[in-house]
Design a protein around this ligand. Sequence first.
Ligand code: CA
Length: 242
Amino acid sequence: MAHIIVVEDEQELARLISSTFQSDGHTTEVFRDGRFALDRIDDRTRPEPDLYILDLGLPRVDGLALCKRIRQDRITPIVMLTAKTSELDKVLGLELGADDYITKPFSLRELQARVSAILRRVEMMSRENLPDTTIDSKVIEQDGLRIDPVGREVHAQSTSISLTAKEFDLLYLLASNPGRVFSRAYLLDTLWGDTYGGFERTVDTHIQRLRRKLAEADNADERIVTLWGVGYRYDKRGSRPA
Ligand code: CA
């Protein structure tokens, strides 16, 4: 069952959404003010929810700003609620990276269906047949990148890239399986293990740092692709459709 953060300033609607998901067995946290929601999003000591439901028009900090903030460093699924279709068109144009949008008025049943679809997709990703992730000693050489698991060294062209142990393990795992999608839960489990009582956004921040280091070293477009609400994938250069 999922933990859902609901940010909606209309009290009755917020209550209805929250009780609907609770009666489905999920847990919820409700915020009716954007500022308080932002404080919660920025609070790194508390676990990341499985999904956000964000109203667009909110007091003090709007849903757009919240969505942007979440997308700075994490891929948690987001469902945006918009007040009218014209507003929806504008929001879609901004490409914020929300996973779904619903225009008011909507039925709770529709919201439930959309949320279930997203949660199911994430769940399937983490259960899918996954490749052998044993870190072996094979040197990976592709796209001008050389990854040596014995010396734990990465070179882009002739530039050496300095990575932390976790960043290296992440890159090696992704680059060993180009085209495969890895969920955050899977990466967390595989690379950090059970002993780490950690949060999936840890994976997001490591991916972000890894990307920045790769981009600095070889000025290339990003090899590590984000699939919103699902996970990460390593693409060989030139393998992406134009
Ligand atoms: Ca509102």
